[in-house]
Design a protein. Structure first.
Length: 463
């Protein structure tokens, strides 16, 4: 049994302010001396990073598309272990499917699976009595969904607030907070760093990011009844699940000396999903962080490199300028050590990006594009690699504006229905735009660590 107070923050659609409210609520709980845990429903690295910064512990993603719906309660219990309260930020609208289809899991379905009440954030700037019709529709649409109350955002005046409260009182829906038009402004003193910066400001613990999170917490404390929300979260029943365990997922491991696995990130977080790093450790790897934007060398003794999908494309200049680290990465790959690169990591291994030099591990060039490629892919491994055996099936996520040419090497990484093969596999290198959550395929960690250990052993014999 897992008894964790919890609440899901959602909205009728994107743009109502749920991310700012969730961050502010976590920061407010932390300011009260509680130990909160933040979760993002879906694959978004950026929101999860800021939720973690606000909570003071790593933010985690709960994505049934990437890990399988059956793992969500156990991953939640694992990520919330030791927390006083958990706050989950939904994705898009409450009933919208994560992949844009109606036949897949939504925020509402995950809240039901976790038996968690929902706080609906409503942008009421252009609403009056209609707010009651909107909220009533969301409450009545699915009888399984537990709509605990609402937070009204962008309210214009005292009179506007009074009108909205009266309308919602008529249908028996409690209001937990009212935020005025500028309280969670997207520009100004409470603004978060630009989304184009990705999770880098959190990884760097930048003053801008820390200050913005603190001010969102202050805004929520000033205008939201945090105590009532905590009481609502505590009313969630215990879950009859055991917490997910990376050790149990990996199983017994016998590899000899622990190989050093360098994982891309910064002082504040890794550019990937935390469970992937936990699985690497459970599989016998000694995980160390390497910052692709600032570190000039790979850590001493690096036996493998993993670059997760959270590294943003907007830092091409910094990657190009880091010539010494690029040379180290190229040497690592050419000596047969495992190199796993997703998303921008794939681009980093190319010859160049928009004319800027990259690592040059394989003969391909990347160009920026106005076209955003985004969405899930059900992929099949085209070539055996440290990530997967040929024919293995996984679900991954793509989010990029750059394009690599050629799209695939002689030994492509993945194929999927309706698309041409993508990515490069060469010796122990595996590179592709497709980002994976290793909790959905924990054997990846075993394969990567085993490949690193084997290369170390071979090098020792040769010496």
């Amino acid at each position: 049994m897992t008894a964790i107070p919890r609440v899901v923050v959602s909205a009728p659609s994107s743009g109502h302010g749920k991310t700012a409210v969730t961050i502010g609520l976590l920061a407010a709980f932390a300011a009260r001396g509680l130990r909160p845990a933040g979760f993002k429903i879906g694959p978004d690295h950026i929101d999860a990073a800021y939720l973690g910064l606000a909570a003071g512990r790593v933010g985690r993603n709960l994505d049934p598309q990437l890990v399988g719906a059956h793992r969500i309660p156990r991953l939640f219990a694992h990520g919330a272990r030791g927390a006083d309260v958990a706050v989950l930020e939904g994705t898009m609208g409450l009933y919208d499917g994560l992949s844009g289809r109606t036949d897949v899991v939504s925020t509402a379905q995950i809240s039901g699976e976790l038996r968690a009440p929902v706080l609906l954030v409503v942008d009421a700037a252009a609403m009056g009595q209609s707010v009651a019709a909107l909220v009533h529709g969301f409450r009545a649409y699915d009888e399984v969904t537990w709509l605990g109350g609402v937070i009204l955002n962008r309210v214009a005046s005292d009179r506007h607030e009074e009108l909205l409260r009266e309308a919602l009182d008529d249908i028996g829906v409690p209001v937990f907070g009212v935020l005025r038009r500028r309280a969670l402004a997207t520009t100004g003193p409470t603004a978060l760093p630009a989304r184009g910066d990705g999770p880098v400001p959190v990884a760097d613990r930048s003053l801008e990011a820390v200050r913005a999170v603190r001010r969102l917490g202050e805004a929520v404390l000033d205008t939201v009844d945090v105590d009532r929300i905590l009481a609502l979260a505590r009313s969630a029943p215990a879950l009859s699940v055991d917490a997910w365990s990376p050790v149990d997922e990996v199983g017994t491991v016998e590899i000899g000396p622990r190989p050093t696995i360098a994982v891309a990130g910064g002082p504040g977080l890794f550019y990937g999903y935390e469970e992937s790093v936990e699985l690497l450790r459970a599989a016998g790897g000694e995980v160390v962080v390497v910052d692709p934007l600032r570190d000039e060398r790979l850590p001493d003794g690096t036996a493998a490199l993993v670059v997760g999908g959270g590294l943003p494309e907007s830092y091409a200049d910094e990657l190009a300028a880091n010539v010494r680290l690029s040379a180290d990465v190229a040497t690592l790959a050419r000596t047969g050590r495992p190199v796993i690169a997703e998303g921008t990591g794939f681009v980093w291994l190319c010859r160049d990006l928009d004319g800027r030099p990259m690592c040059g591990v394989f003969d391909a060039s990347a160009q920026s594009s106005d076209v955003l490629v985004i969405g899930y892919r059900e992929a099949t491994a085209h070539t055996s690699s440290p990530v997967a055996a040929v024919g293995a099936r996984v679900t991954g996520y793509k989010h990029h504006r750059t394009q690599v040419s050629p799209r695939a090497g002689a030994a492509p990484a993945w194929t999927w229905s309706g698309g041409r093969p993508e990515g490069f596999v060469w010796r122990n290198l595996h590179a592709s735009y497709l980002a994976l959550h290793w909790a959905g395929a924990p054997e990846i960690a075993r394969r990567v660590v085993a490949a690193a250990a084997a290369e170390l052993a071979e090098a020792e014999v040769a010496a």
